[in-house]
Design a protein around this ligand. Structure first.
Ligand code: XLF
Length: 322
């Protein structure tokens, strides 16, 4: 007896496309629909109703789509989420995008194939696809659509806090080591920092980093291009990059905080215990993960969610770098 896999083999289409067509759930193009129908007839495919019933039920799995786990903040957040998912009796499927739109689509397709009950996605890219998925989605840091649940730290406010602190410490020659333009969260941090500087009629210089975190020659090369002797205050878009900047400064004869004061963003577990302790803006990882998880579970239970936008307050943390 022919199976859904045989149809996939014959048509060259994915199992998730074929099952979407069979179940009438989600989008399948007219052309693919015709190809599948033809194969169904030629192979005399009869859906196994029992198997389909099992397949149609909730799969008790939740997709976690993360850029990577190299950055300790992301590692900590995915661990908290994975534990919460497991305690609720679900299995998590963790996929990585490396902030690449194609990899993100592959991850989503894979999760569709597993018929996940829901998904939490960090730094979503393919907004239109994600907004249309046939299962509940919580988007962390990217506003996908009016309807898609959005959880984020108050990044704009955090950027302002970083400026206010450096200003209060007497810094007037400022550099912002900025995240990639495509990251909504770090753009908001930059705008908060810049607006606060504009209000004091101070200009800020920018050094844009192309990736979240990469320990490679490019990174060192971009730092080497900067004349750090011009600055007395630096705000770096996240803690892991902040540690690299502080490290670079110390290896190049600058005293932190005496010559240059540096502020980061995150306050993730691992970076808290590194030396020197960073002055930073905390985006409380546990609270963020809980906000994502509780919103997703509410949606999976089919209940109404009153707050589709959850903005978590940030907090200033005094360390040794200012
Ligand atoms: O996406 C941003 C960039 O890096 C995220 O919140 C983080 O601050 C984590 O380190």
């Amino acid at each position: 007896m022919a199976s859904i896999r045989d149809i996939a083999k014959k048509t060259g289409l994915s199992i998730s496309t074929i099952s979407r067509y069979m179940n009438g759930s989600g989008y399948v193009s007219e052309k693919n629909g015709r190809i599948i129908q033809k194969a169904v007839e030629e192979l005399n495919y009869v859906p196994n109703k029992h198997a389909q019933a099992v397949f149609d039920r909730f799969s008790q799995t939740i997709g976690l789509v993360f850029p990577s786990l190299v950055n300790p903040y992301l590692a900590q957040m995915s661990t908290i989420l994975g534990n919460a998912i497991q305690s609720a009796g679900y299995t998590s499927i963790l996929c990585f995008t490396e902030d690449d739109p194609v990899k993100e689509l592959e991850a989503i397709q894979l999760l569709m194939g597993y018929r996940v009950d829901g998904m939490i996605i960090f730094r979503a890219i393919n907004k239109e696809v994600i907004a249309d998925l046939p299962f509940p989605v919580v988007s962390f840091e990217t506003s996908v659509s009016e309807q898609t649940v959005f959880v984020s730290a108050d990044n704009y406010r955090g950027g302002r806090m970083a400026f206010d602190h450096l200003y209060a410490k007497g810094c007037r020659n400022l550099l912002h080591v900025k995240g990639p333009e495509k990251f909504e969260a770090t753009e908001a941090r930059y705008h908060g920092f810049k607006d606060a500087a504009d209000e004091k009629e101070l200009s800020i210089d920018l050094l844009e980093i192309k990736h979240d975190y990469e320990l490679n020659e490019d990174y060192q090369a971009s730092l080497r291009k900067v004349d750090f002797s011009k600055y007395d205050g630096i705000f770096v878009f996240n803690d892991i990059n902040c540690l690299l900047v502080v490290n670079y400064l110390q290896h190049n004869g600058f005293r932190v905080p005496e010559d240059i004061k540096v502020v980061g963003f995150d306050y993730a577990h691992m970076t808290r215990f590194m030396a020197p302790a960073l002055t930073t803006i905390e985006q409380p990882v546990k609270q963020m993960a809980d906000a994502c998880f509780s919103a997703l579970m509410t949606l999976i239970r089919g209940e109404e969610l009153n707050d589709t936008k959850r903005i978590i307050p940030v907090r200033f943390i005094q360390g040794q770098t200012t």
